[in-house]
Design a binder for this molecule. Structure first.
Ligand SMILES: *Cc1c(COP(=O)(O)O)cnc(C)c1O
Length: 379
Protein backbone atom coordinates (compact mmCIF):
# COMPACT_ATOMS: atom_id res chain seq x y z
CA UNK A 1 0.00 0.00 0.00
CA UNK A 2 1.31 3.46 -0.81
CA UNK A 3 0.76 6.26 1.62
CA UNK A 4 0.01 9.70 0.35
CA UNK A 5 -0.57 12.86 2.26
CA UNK A 6 -3.21 15.17 0.88
CA UNK A 7 -2.39 18.85 1.31
CA UNK A 8 -2.59 22.05 -0.72
CA UNK A 9 0.27 22.79 -3.10
CA UNK A 10 3.16 25.01 -1.97
CA UNK A 11 3.82 26.28 -5.50
CA UNK A 12 0.99 27.20 -7.86
CA UNK A 13 1.26 28.29 -11.48
CA UNK A 14 -2.06 29.88 -12.32
CA UNK A 15 -2.97 29.81 -16.02
CA UNK A 16 -5.62 32.19 -17.30
CA UNK A 17 -7.34 30.49 -20.23
CA UNK A 18 -9.40 33.60 -20.99
CA UNK A 19 -6.11 35.42 -21.67
CA UNK A 20 -5.08 32.66 -24.09
CA UNK A 21 -8.41 32.98 -25.93
CA UNK A 22 -7.93 36.76 -26.08
CA UNK A 23 -4.39 36.39 -27.43
CA UNK A 24 -5.64 34.02 -30.14
CA UNK A 25 -8.30 36.55 -31.17
CA UNK A 26 -5.72 39.31 -31.08
CA UNK A 27 -3.34 37.51 -33.42
CA UNK A 28 -6.26 36.59 -35.72
CA UNK A 29 -7.29 40.23 -35.93
CA UNK A 30 -3.72 41.33 -36.55
CA UNK A 31 -3.15 39.02 -39.54
CA UNK A 32 -6.66 39.46 -40.94
CA UNK A 33 -9.27 37.00 -42.20
CA UNK A 34 -7.22 35.83 -45.22
CA UNK A 35 -4.51 34.30 -43.01
CA UNK A 36 -5.08 31.10 -41.05
CA UNK A 37 -3.78 31.05 -37.48
CA UNK A 38 -2.39 27.65 -36.49
CA UNK A 39 -1.55 27.12 -32.83
CA UNK A 40 1.72 25.56 -31.70
CA UNK A 41 1.17 23.40 -28.62
CA UNK A 42 4.46 21.48 -28.61
CA UNK A 43 6.32 20.69 -25.39
CA UNK A 44 3.10 20.22 -23.42
CA UNK A 45 1.83 23.58 -24.73
CA UNK A 46 5.00 25.33 -23.55
CA UNK A 47 4.54 23.71 -20.16
CA UNK A 48 0.96 24.86 -19.69
CA UNK A 49 -0.74 21.49 -20.31
CA UNK A 50 -1.40 20.09 -23.79
CA UNK A 51 -5.04 19.04 -23.52
CA UNK A 52 -6.40 22.01 -21.58
CA UNK A 53 -4.63 24.51 -23.78
CA UNK A 54 -5.69 22.71 -26.97
CA UNK A 55 -9.33 22.69 -25.82
CA UNK A 56 -9.15 26.42 -25.10
CA UNK A 57 -7.73 27.18 -28.55
CA UNK A 58 -10.24 24.97 -30.35
CA UNK A 59 -13.03 26.77 -28.47
CA UNK A 60 -11.51 30.05 -29.63
CA UNK A 61 -11.84 28.93 -33.25
CA UNK A 62 -8.43 27.37 -33.99
CA UNK A 63 -8.62 24.47 -36.49
CA UNK A 64 -4.99 23.35 -36.76
CA UNK A 65 -2.58 22.44 -33.96
CA UNK A 66 1.16 21.72 -34.27
CA UNK A 67 2.91 19.35 -31.86
CA UNK A 68 6.56 18.33 -31.58
CA UNK A 69 6.27 14.57 -32.07
CA UNK A 70 3.97 11.57 -32.42
CA UNK A 71 3.64 11.01 -28.67
CA UNK A 72 2.07 14.44 -28.26
CA UNK A 73 -0.02 13.96 -31.39
CA UNK A 74 -1.48 10.66 -30.14
CA UNK A 75 -2.32 12.18 -26.76
CA UNK A 76 -4.04 15.07 -28.49
CA UNK A 77 -5.90 12.81 -30.90
CA UNK A 78 -7.26 10.72 -28.03
CA UNK A 79 -9.01 13.86 -26.72
CA UNK A 80 -10.04 15.59 -29.96
CA UNK A 81 -11.29 13.69 -32.97
CA UNK A 82 -12.26 16.45 -35.39
CA UNK A 83 -9.28 18.79 -35.32
CA UNK A 84 -6.30 18.83 -37.72
CA UNK A 85 -3.05 17.88 -35.95
CA UNK A 86 0.37 18.35 -37.55
CA UNK A 87 3.65 16.91 -36.26
CA UNK A 88 6.75 19.11 -36.64
CA UNK A 89 9.21 16.23 -36.77
CA UNK A 90 8.77 12.51 -36.41
CA UNK A 91 10.01 10.18 -39.14
CA UNK A 92 7.10 9.50 -41.45
CA UNK A 93 9.32 6.90 -43.17
CA UNK A 94 9.30 4.81 -39.96
CA UNK A 95 5.95 5.61 -38.40
CA UNK A 96 3.73 6.21 -41.44
CA UNK A 97 1.07 3.77 -40.27
CA UNK A 98 0.65 5.67 -37.00
CA UNK A 99 0.06 8.87 -38.92
CA UNK A 100 -2.48 7.16 -41.12
CA UNK A 101 -4.39 5.28 -38.46
CA UNK A 102 -4.77 8.41 -36.30
CA UNK A 103 -5.31 10.93 -39.09
CA UNK A 104 -2.19 13.00 -38.32
CA UNK A 105 -0.38 15.30 -40.73
CA UNK A 106 3.38 14.84 -41.02
CA UNK A 107 5.71 17.73 -41.67
CA UNK A 108 8.12 16.25 -44.20
CA UNK A 109 11.67 17.33 -43.37
CA UNK A 110 13.85 15.30 -45.74
CA UNK A 111 13.93 13.27 -48.94
CA UNK A 112 13.47 9.96 -47.14
CA UNK A 113 10.18 11.15 -45.70
CA UNK A 114 9.13 12.64 -49.03
CA UNK A 115 9.72 9.30 -50.69
CA UNK A 116 7.66 7.56 -47.99
CA UNK A 117 4.83 10.05 -48.47
CA UNK A 118 4.87 9.55 -52.22
CA UNK A 119 4.57 5.78 -51.84
CA UNK A 120 1.94 5.96 -49.10
CA UNK A 121 -0.91 6.65 -51.50
CA UNK A 122 -2.37 9.68 -53.19
CA UNK A 123 -4.50 10.62 -50.22
CA UNK A 124 -1.65 11.22 -47.76
CA UNK A 125 -1.93 14.83 -46.64
CA UNK A 126 1.41 16.36 -45.65
CA UNK A 127 3.20 19.65 -45.07
CA UNK A 128 6.64 20.30 -46.52
CA UNK A 129 9.38 22.03 -44.55
CA UNK A 130 11.98 23.97 -46.54
CA UNK A 131 15.22 25.23 -45.07
CA UNK A 132 15.84 28.92 -45.82
CA UNK A 133 18.43 30.02 -43.25
CA UNK A 134 17.96 28.30 -39.90
CA UNK A 135 20.03 25.19 -40.67
CA UNK A 136 17.79 22.82 -38.79
CA UNK A 137 15.26 20.60 -40.59
CA UNK A 138 13.82 20.78 -44.06
CA UNK A 139 14.65 20.24 -47.71
CA UNK A 140 17.24 22.70 -48.94
CA UNK A 141 16.50 25.14 -51.73
CA UNK A 142 19.16 23.20 -53.66
CA UNK A 143 17.19 19.95 -53.26
CA UNK A 144 14.24 21.62 -54.96
CA UNK A 145 16.33 22.20 -58.08
CA UNK A 146 16.41 18.47 -58.81
CA UNK A 147 13.89 17.69 -61.54
CA UNK A 148 12.86 14.30 -60.16
CA UNK A 149 12.10 15.87 -56.80
CA UNK A 150 10.02 18.65 -58.31
CA UNK A 151 8.11 16.06 -60.29
CA UNK A 152 7.39 14.18 -57.07
CA UNK A 153 6.18 17.38 -55.45
CA UNK A 154 3.93 18.14 -58.40
CA UNK A 155 2.44 14.70 -58.34
CA UNK A 156 2.11 14.41 -54.57
CA UNK A 157 1.47 18.01 -53.68
CA UNK A 158 2.04 19.20 -50.09
CA UNK A 159 -0.94 21.13 -48.79
CA UNK A 160 1.33 23.65 -47.06
CA UNK A 161 4.99 24.52 -47.50
CA UNK A 162 6.63 26.02 -44.45
CA UNK A 163 9.91 27.46 -43.24
CA UNK A 164 11.11 28.99 -39.97
CA UNK A 165 12.68 32.39 -39.31
CA UNK A 166 15.89 32.55 -37.29
CA UNK A 167 15.79 36.24 -36.36
CA UNK A 168 12.10 37.16 -36.31
CA UNK A 169 12.54 38.80 -32.90
CA UNK A 170 14.82 41.46 -34.44
CA UNK A 171 12.53 43.48 -36.65
CA UNK A 172 15.44 45.14 -38.49
CA UNK A 173 17.52 42.00 -39.07
CA UNK A 174 18.65 41.48 -42.68
CA UNK A 175 18.29 37.70 -42.26
CA UNK A 176 14.49 38.14 -42.20
CA UNK A 177 14.45 39.68 -45.67
CA UNK A 178 16.84 37.03 -46.99
CA UNK A 179 14.71 34.16 -45.61
CA UNK A 180 11.48 35.74 -46.82
CA UNK A 181 12.84 36.17 -50.34
CA UNK A 182 14.15 32.60 -50.46
CA UNK A 183 10.79 31.39 -49.17
CA UNK A 184 8.91 33.52 -51.70
CA UNK A 185 10.84 31.81 -54.52
CA UNK A 186 9.93 28.35 -53.17
CA UNK A 187 6.32 29.44 -52.69
CA UNK A 188 6.08 30.64 -56.30
CA UNK A 189 7.67 27.40 -57.48
CA UNK A 190 5.18 25.18 -55.62
CA UNK A 191 1.97 27.11 -56.36
CA UNK A 192 -0.89 26.44 -55.63
CA UNK A 193 0.50 24.96 -52.41
CA UNK A 194 -0.12 27.40 -49.55
CA UNK A 195 2.73 28.91 -47.54
CA UNK A 196 3.60 29.52 -43.89
CA UNK A 197 6.75 31.33 -42.78
CA UNK A 198 5.98 33.31 -39.64
CA UNK A 199 5.90 32.09 -36.06
CA UNK A 200 4.89 34.55 -33.31
CA UNK A 201 7.60 37.12 -33.88
CA UNK A 202 6.97 37.04 -37.63
CA UNK A 203 3.42 38.24 -37.06
CA UNK A 204 4.86 41.66 -36.22
CA UNK A 205 7.18 41.79 -39.24
CA UNK A 206 4.28 42.78 -41.49
CA UNK A 207 2.02 41.39 -44.20
CA UNK A 208 4.79 40.24 -46.51
CA UNK A 209 5.78 37.64 -43.89
CA UNK A 210 2.32 36.17 -43.29
CA UNK A 211 1.70 34.29 -46.55
CA UNK A 212 -1.38 32.03 -46.06
CA UNK A 213 -0.84 30.91 -42.48
CA UNK A 214 1.07 31.86 -39.33
CA UNK A 215 2.11 29.31 -36.68
CA UNK A 216 2.00 30.87 -33.26
CA UNK A 217 2.96 29.51 -29.86
CA UNK A 218 4.63 32.18 -27.73
CA UNK A 219 2.16 34.93 -28.65
CA UNK A 220 -0.74 32.82 -27.40
CA UNK A 221 1.02 32.39 -24.08
CA UNK A 222 1.75 36.12 -23.81
CA UNK A 223 5.48 35.83 -24.31
CA UNK A 224 6.25 37.55 -27.57
CA UNK A 225 5.96 41.23 -28.22
CA UNK A 226 8.62 41.60 -30.87
CA UNK A 227 8.38 44.88 -32.66
CA UNK A 228 5.09 45.92 -31.07
CA UNK A 229 5.03 49.47 -29.71
CA UNK A 230 2.52 48.56 -27.06
CA UNK A 231 2.27 44.92 -26.20
CA UNK A 232 -1.21 43.75 -27.26
CA UNK A 233 -0.74 40.34 -25.64
CA UNK A 234 -2.08 39.48 -22.22
CA UNK A 235 0.08 37.73 -19.65
CA UNK A 236 -1.22 34.23 -19.06
CA UNK A 237 0.64 32.91 -16.03
CA UNK A 238 0.82 33.93 -12.40
CA UNK A 239 3.07 32.22 -9.91
CA UNK A 240 2.87 32.02 -6.15
CA UNK A 241 4.71 30.03 -3.51
CA UNK A 242 4.24 29.49 0.18
CA UNK A 243 6.39 30.73 3.05
CA UNK A 244 7.57 27.66 4.97
CA UNK A 245 9.53 29.26 7.79
CA UNK A 246 10.90 32.59 9.05
CA UNK A 247 13.90 33.56 11.13
CA UNK A 248 15.88 36.48 12.49
CA UNK A 249 19.36 36.86 11.05
CA UNK A 250 21.90 39.17 12.78
CA UNK A 251 23.77 41.83 10.78
CA UNK A 252 26.78 40.53 8.89
CA UNK A 253 25.57 36.92 8.47
CA UNK A 254 25.62 34.97 5.21
CA UNK A 255 22.43 33.75 3.56
CA UNK A 256 22.42 30.61 1.40
CA UNK A 257 24.93 28.62 -0.66
CA UNK A 258 28.13 30.38 -1.55
CA UNK A 259 27.37 33.18 0.92
CA UNK A 260 26.48 35.40 -2.06
CA UNK A 261 24.35 37.61 0.21
CA UNK A 262 25.32 39.03 3.58
CA UNK A 263 22.92 40.99 5.79
CA UNK A 264 23.85 44.63 6.40
CA UNK A 265 21.36 45.00 9.24
CA UNK A 266 19.60 42.77 11.69
CA UNK A 267 17.12 41.13 9.31
CA UNK A 268 13.99 39.06 9.23
CA UNK A 269 14.02 36.49 6.45
CA UNK A 270 11.44 34.06 5.13
CA UNK A 271 12.21 30.72 3.49
CA UNK A 272 9.84 30.11 0.58
CA UNK A 273 9.06 26.66 -0.84
CA UNK A 274 10.12 27.22 -4.43
CA UNK A 275 13.49 26.37 -5.94
CA UNK A 276 15.10 25.58 -9.26
CA UNK A 277 13.44 22.16 -9.33
CA UNK A 278 10.16 24.03 -9.83
CA UNK A 279 11.67 25.92 -12.76
CA UNK A 280 12.69 29.13 -11.02
CA UNK A 281 15.86 30.15 -12.90
CA UNK A 282 18.97 29.81 -10.72
CA UNK A 283 20.39 32.89 -12.41
CA UNK A 284 17.75 35.24 -10.95
CA UNK A 285 19.35 34.95 -7.49
CA UNK A 286 19.71 38.34 -5.78
CA UNK A 287 17.94 39.99 -8.73
CA UNK A 288 14.18 39.95 -8.31
CA UNK A 289 11.50 41.02 -5.85
CA UNK A 290 8.40 39.14 -4.80
CA UNK A 291 5.08 40.69 -3.79
CA UNK A 292 3.75 39.98 -0.36
CA UNK A 293 0.62 41.54 1.14
CA UNK A 294 1.12 44.63 -1.00
CA UNK A 295 4.82 44.91 -0.06
CA UNK A 296 7.86 44.16 -2.13
CA UNK A 297 10.53 41.81 -0.76
CA UNK A 298 13.89 41.06 -2.40
CA UNK A 299 15.04 37.54 -3.14
CA UNK A 300 18.37 37.20 -1.29
CA UNK A 301 21.12 34.63 -1.71
CA UNK A 302 21.20 31.75 -4.14
CA UNK A 303 18.17 29.75 -5.13
CA UNK A 304 18.46 26.18 -3.89
CA UNK A 305 16.80 23.06 -5.20
CA UNK A 306 13.58 23.34 -3.18
CA UNK A 307 13.76 26.78 -1.56
CA UNK A 308 14.56 30.44 -1.90
CA UNK A 309 14.99 33.13 0.75
CA UNK A 310 13.49 36.62 0.84
CA UNK A 311 14.15 39.62 3.07
CA UNK A 312 10.93 40.57 4.89
CA UNK A 313 12.45 43.02 7.39
CA UNK A 314 10.30 45.84 5.97
CA UNK A 315 7.07 43.85 5.87
CA UNK A 316 4.94 44.39 9.01
CA UNK A 317 5.06 41.33 11.27
CA UNK A 318 1.30 40.79 11.15
CA UNK A 319 1.24 40.54 7.35
CA UNK A 320 3.13 37.32 6.87
CA UNK A 321 3.62 34.02 8.58
CA UNK A 322 4.41 30.46 7.58
CA UNK A 323 1.66 29.42 5.18
CA UNK A 324 1.34 32.86 3.55
CA UNK A 325 1.75 32.91 -0.24
CA UNK A 326 4.20 35.27 -1.91
CA UNK A 327 3.65 36.24 -5.55
CA UNK A 328 6.51 35.78 -8.02
CA UNK A 329 4.68 36.39 -11.31
CA UNK A 330 1.88 38.94 -11.50
CA UNK A 331 0.25 41.12 -14.14
CA UNK A 332 3.03 43.66 -13.55
CA UNK A 333 5.96 41.26 -13.32
CA UNK A 334 5.52 38.70 -16.08
CA UNK A 335 7.41 35.72 -17.47
CA UNK A 336 9.11 38.19 -19.85
CA UNK A 337 10.43 40.23 -16.88
CA UNK A 338 11.59 37.19 -14.91
CA UNK A 339 13.38 35.85 -17.98
CA UNK A 340 15.07 39.21 -18.59
CA UNK A 341 16.26 39.32 -14.96
CA UNK A 342 17.60 35.78 -15.23
CA UNK A 343 19.19 36.30 -18.65
CA UNK A 344 17.28 33.42 -20.25
CA UNK A 345 14.46 33.16 -22.78
CA UNK A 346 10.86 33.51 -21.61
CA UNK A 347 9.98 30.28 -23.44
CA UNK A 348 12.55 28.42 -21.33
CA UNK A 349 11.20 29.92 -18.11
CA UNK A 350 7.59 29.07 -18.98
CA UNK A 351 8.20 25.46 -20.07
CA UNK A 352 10.23 24.77 -16.93
CA UNK A 353 7.79 26.40 -14.52
CA UNK A 354 4.91 24.59 -16.18
CA UNK A 355 6.67 21.25 -15.78
CA UNK A 356 7.75 21.91 -12.20
CA UNK A 357 4.75 23.54 -10.51
CA UNK A 358 1.21 22.56 -9.68
CA UNK A 359 -0.94 24.06 -12.45
CA UNK A 360 -4.25 25.68 -11.75
CA UNK A 361 -6.58 26.81 -14.54
CA UNK A 362 -8.74 29.92 -14.46
CA UNK A 363 -11.71 30.58 -16.76
CA UNK A 364 -11.90 27.02 -18.06
CA UNK A 365 -14.63 27.85 -20.54
CA UNK A 366 -16.21 31.05 -21.71
CA UNK A 367 -19.86 31.78 -22.53
CA UNK A 368 -18.81 32.50 -26.12
CA UNK A 369 -17.01 29.14 -26.32
CA UNK A 370 -20.16 27.35 -25.22
CA UNK A 371 -22.05 29.33 -27.83
CA UNK A 372 -19.60 28.44 -30.60
CA UNK A 373 -19.67 24.77 -29.58
CA UNK A 374 -23.45 24.58 -29.62
CA UNK A 375 -23.58 26.35 -32.99
CA UNK A 376 -21.06 23.92 -34.37
CA UNK A 377 -23.09 20.97 -33.18
CA UNK A 378 -26.23 22.31 -34.82
CA UNK A 379 -24.65 22.73 -38.23
C1 LIG B 1 8.16 26.40 -32.02
C2 LIG B 1 7.88 26.65 -33.44
C3 LIG B 1 6.91 27.60 -33.82
C4 LIG B 1 6.24 28.51 -32.80
O1 LIG B 1 7.17 29.46 -32.37
P1 LIG B 1 6.76 30.70 -31.44
O2 LIG B 1 7.88 31.65 -31.60
O3 LIG B 1 6.68 30.19 -30.05
O4 LIG B 1 5.47 31.22 -31.93
C5 LIG B 1 6.60 27.71 -35.16
N1 LIG B 1 7.23 26.96 -36.11
C6 LIG B 1 8.17 26.07 -35.79
C7 LIG B 1 8.83 25.27 -36.86
C8 LIG B 1 8.55 25.88 -34.45
O5 LIG B 1 9.50 24.99 -34.14
Amino acid sequence: MTLSLVRPADVVLEIDLAAIRANFQNVSTLVGPQVRVAAVVKSDAYGLGLVNIARTLIDAGCDLLFVANLDEALLLRSSFSGIAIAVFRDEFDRFGTWYQSHDLIPVVNNCKELHAVSTAGEAQTYFLNVETGFSRFGLSVGDLQHKYLLRTLERYRPSIVLSHLACGECIWHAANVLQRDRFRAVYDLLKPTRGSLAASAGVWLGKSYHFDMVRVGSALYGISKAGAQTNPLQPVAKLRARILDMRNVPAGEAVGYGATFRTVRASRVAIVGIGYKHGLPWSCANKIFVRLAGYSAPLIGRISMEYMTIDITDVPAGRCSPGTFVELLTEDFTVNDLAAAAGVSPQEVLTRLGAGCTRKYLNLSSPSAAFTASRRRRR
